[in-house]
Each structure stands twice: as structure tokens, then as C-alpha cells.
Design a protein around this ligand. Structure first.
Ligand SMILES: NC(=O)c1ccc[n+]([C@@H]2O[C@H](COP(=O)([O-])OP(=O)(O)OC[C@H]3O[C@@H](n4cnc5c(N)ncnc54)[C@H](O)[C@@H]3O)[C@@H](O)[C@H]2O)c1
Length: 346
């Protein structure tokens, strides 16, 4: 069984660990987070305000968490360099701390042979390969050691954009994402900040300079820039520069929407497009179609990268409108685990 470790036991780290435990997929050897208490970490794993109580068992024994009877070592270090990796024998380290420095620090661990592969749960310029599973995982090569699983929005967008570009050639378009709040937002008004403890160091400029991102997140929709399209373009280079993008942070816990409007070079009608999407989706295990009047809550815990809502598909005056749903936590975390298998396979 593959041996994995998780650095950063926040929303993504815990959901990756939970999906892994629920499916007995890989052996989770170690967890690290700056949260100082293993009891608090176990509590957060056991009781999840979004997905409910963990359906297995979790207890604490000194500095270990026992998940479904399996011992997991827990540390509370701020740097990857301070964790006793040589005693763990880990195949794949998943870094869901959001700390870019860890991509660099991981290279030393890889050089020392204490981990075999490293996956970062964010887009990065410093990895050997950025992967959207099901779209470009054929680019993974055996010599590559550091990987990015891209971002949730790009995982949702890339599949349908790739198909439409292949079939009809995208001319131009626009993507609007509605994304639930994230842990670094404020309950009451304050300064805009990013994910890591040192906001000056880690906050991306598009967040730090958007003062609106520091406003009370409950009960407000906050407009912001998004990297959804730029991260998708990194992988689908043929659409580079063709799409506008915009985003709103919305006051929900999880489940996002991407609302796409596309103009294609080849003429498309709904009579052509609907059966094409239906046939294509049958062959794509990461995309689902919905025909029911569902709302965001119905997609909580959805493992697909994207669900195309066929009710809202429109084709008019050479424009295509597509609405995608995705659970930005559960769907994305499911792909991170898929990526673990793929990076080791090669
Ligand atoms: N939440 C999402 O929808 C989502 C989806 C895809 C990707 N991501 C990416 O995944 C990463 C984590 O996001 P999240 O939503 O889980 O955030 P989070 O705030 O819930 O989790 C981050 C965790 O990292 C821990 N941490 C902080 N500094 C640390 C350090 N020095 N060493 C180890 N752990 C440290 C924090 O205590 C926290 O538990 C980010 O890069 C984010 O962009 C998030």
C-alpha cells in the first residue's frame, strides 16, 4: 500500500485524509500542521461542520492519531525541514498548507531520498509538472518529482474547455466563478490577508490589494479577480488569452459555480452540442451531467471535478452558456488522491 503524508491539516488536508480513510486508499503515515494540539486536530477531523461526523473512528494516543485503527504520527512544525521524514518512509508527501516555500524545501527531502514524490495543492511555477487529472496527466514523466494539482476552479473548467476547443475551437469568452469563502477571510471587517500565518509573505497581491477581501464575509458577496482562467491556460495553452474572468466570494461553506460564456469559431447549435456533451461525458470519469433542479447544497460531497448543469445550457447567436458545479473541497481532494496514484505509477 502506498504511504502518504499530509502537511497542512486544514480544509484540504483533512478532506484528503478523510476521503483516503473512507476508501482505505493509501496508508496515511504522518500529518503535520502548526496547530499545536493533536487533540484539536483529531477533533477537527472527527467533527466537520460541512460534511458531518467522520464515519469511522479517530482517537489520540500521545503524539499519534489513530484513524480507523491505524496509527498516524502527528507533528506541529512550521517548516518541512524539521519533520523526522527519515523515520516515516513516505512515498508521496501532499502539501496542503498553501506555503509556496515548501515546494523548494521539498526538493531537499527528495534529494535526501526521504520522500519519493511531492504534491502541492495549489498552482506553482516551481513544480516539475502541474496536473489536472483527466486533462494532462499524460504529461507526467518518471523523472519528475514535484507536482501541483492546480486549483479547484481549473480542475472544474479544463475538461469542458478542452472538449469544446477540440471540437469547435474557442474564439473568445468569459468565465465567472462563484466561490465559497475560505479560512483566511474575516468574520468582521479587517485587513485583507492570505492563507498562511505571515500575510505579508504569502498573500497574493490580488487579495492583499483588494480591500474588499477583508470585509465581513458572512452575508456578503465579495467581487475579486480569479486565477481560474490563468491556471487553466497553463494546461490548455491553445485557449491562452481568449477568456475574460471574474469571481465572487459567496457566503457558503463549500460548492462553487463556474459560469462560462463561449464563442466558437465553428458554428454550434444546441442540437449539435447537447448530444456531443452527453457522449463525451460517458467517457470522462471526472465529469458528470445533471438534469434535475439541484442547488449548491446538493453537490456537497460531490467527487466529480465538475458537474455540467444541463438545465442551464444555452446556445444562442453563436454563444454557448454552460454552468458547472463543483465541490471545491471534496471534488478537488478526490483528484489530489487520484494524482498520488498517477505520480507513483510512472
Ligand atoms: N479550500 C479550497 O477550496 C481549496 C481548493 C483547492 C486548493 N486549495 C489550496 O489548498 C491549500 C490549503 O487550503 P485550505 O482551504 O485547506 O486552507 P486552510 O486554512 O483550511 O488550511 C491550511 C492549513 O495549513 C496549516 N499551516 C499554516 N502554516 C503552516 C506551516 N508552516 N506548516 C504546516 N501547516 C501550516 C494551517 O494551520 C491550516 O490548518 C491552499 O493553497 C489553497 O489555495 C484550497
Amino acid at each position: 500500500m502506498l504511504r502518504i503524508a499530509v502537511n497542512g491539516f486544514g480544509r484540504i488536508g483533512r478532506i484528503v485524509s478523510r476521503i483516503n480513510a473512507e476508501n482505505s486508499r493509501f496508508k496515511l503515515i504522518a500529518i503535520n500542521d502548526t496547530i499545536p494540539s493533536v487533540d484539536n486536530m483529531a477533533y477537527l477531523f472527527k467533527y466537520d461542520s460541512t460534511y458531518g461526523k467522520f464515519p469511522g473512528t479517530v482517537t489520540v494516543d500521545n503524539d499519534k492519531m489513530i484513524i480507523n485503527g491505524d496509527e498516524v504520527s502527528v507533528t506541529h512544525k512550521a517548516s518541512l525541514n524539521d519533520i523526522p521524514w527519515d523515520s516515516y518512509d513516505v512515498d508521496v508527501l501532499i502539501d496542503s498548507s498553501g506555503i509556496e516555500q515548501n515546494v523548494t524545501d521539498a526538493k531537499k527531502l527528495l534529494d535526501d531520498g526521504v520522500i519519493k514524490k511531492f504534491i502541492y495543492t495549489m498552482s506553482s511555477e516551481n513544480v516539475d509538472c502541474e496536473v489536472i487529472v483527466g486533462v494532462n496527466d499524460n504529461m507526467i514523466e518518471s523523472g519528475q518529482r514535484t507536482f501541483s494539482a492546480s486549483i479547484c476552479d481549473a480542475n472544474a473548467l479544463a475538461h469542458i474547455l478542452q472538449m469544446i476547443d477540440n471540437e469547435y475551437k474557442i474564439h473568445s469568452g468569459s468565465v465567472t466563478t462563484l466561490h465559497p469563502w475560505l479560512t483566511y477571510q474575516n468574520l468582521l471587517d479587517g485587513a485583507a490577508k492570505g492563507i498562511a500565518p505571515d500575510p505579508n509573505k504569502y498573500t497574493p497581491p490580488h487579495i492583499k490589494e483588494n480591500y474588499g477581501m477583508g470585509r465581513a464575509s458572512i452575508g456578503a458577496m465579495i467581487p475579486k479577480k480569479t486565477t481560474a482562467v490563468t491556471c487553466t491556460e497553463k494546461i490548455l495553452t491553445s485557449i491562452k488569452g481568449k477568456l475574460l474572468s471574474h469571481s465572487y466570494r459567496i457566503p457558503t461553506s463549500t460548492v462553487s459555480i463556474s459560469d462560462l460564456v463561449l464563442k466558437t469559431e465553428k458554428k454550434v447549435t444546441s442540437e449539435i452540442l447537447i448530444p456531443t456533451i452527453e457522449e463525451w461525458a460517458k467517457e470522462n470519469p471526472f465529469v458528470k451531467l445533471n438534469y434535475e433542479p439541484l442547488i449548491s447544497l446538493d453537490y456537497q460531497g460531490e467527487e466529480a471535478s465538475a458537474v455540467i448543469d444541463m438545465q442551464w445550457l444555452q446556445v444562442e447567436n453563436d454563444l454557448i452558456k454552460i454552468v458547472l458545479w463543483y465541490d471545491n473541497e471534496w471534488g478537488y481532494s478526490s483528484r489530489v488522491l487520484d494524482l498520488v496514484e498517477k505520480v507513483i505509477e510512472v
